[in-house]
Design a protein around this ligand. Sequence first.
Ligand code: GDP
Ligand code: FE
Ligand code: FE
Ligand code: FE
Length: 194
Amino acid sequence: LTFKKTYSPLSSDEIIAKEKANMDKKRFEHCVRVSETARKLAKLNHYDEDKAALAGFVHDYAKQVPVEEYCKVIKEQDFDKDLLNWNRAIWHGIVGTYFIEHDLKIRDPEILTAVRRHTTGDTEMTMLDKIVFMADFIEPGRDFPGVDEARKITYANIDEGVGYQLAHTLEFLVEKRNRIYPRTIAAYNVWSTK
Ligand code: GDP
Ligand code: FE
Ligand code: FE
Ligand code: FE
């Protein structure tokens, strides 16, 4: 595992070491698989493979940051205070970018936006956003009913993959009577019909 360009003053090895130190082994291995899947999706969609691989690798960098630390950052930084009514499932994308900028020194806006959007999706999504969003969903370690169909659809047409994931996630959240973050619904309304 190595990144030719890190979009950061830190080296590839330093980024990898910091990521490893910030999460458990299982999460780290998921990030490696998302990176590899993102590279594959980038190649298929004529996007910069190295950039996609790095964005995929760091997408869950802040997934295991303590709740208290998140609350502090949301209160002290320029974040929508409504985020305090949510949890790490939502925070690690939207607020996770703060830790990626701060710890990993990655300031590339495309990478940060892709991380920001990777859990909920969004009404507008760039190719990198879609690559990270879909790589996270279909990486080889994922095993849920429909994952094979999701892979098939996504490799054929990444936009249809986005619609499939949003529908699947909404069904899953409603089934569990979970609250739906408004951006997830807004994204579904756009991508379900594309
Ligand atoms: P992961 O970080 O690799 O586990 O994957 P994601 O970042 O895509 O998703 C993290 C969690 O957030 C998953 O359990 C999703 O089902 C959940 N999630 C996605 N959208 C929403 C939402 O709108 N509301 C809530 N409550 N959870 C969501
Ligand atoms: Fe995530
Ligand atoms: Fe996701
Ligand atoms: Fe993930």
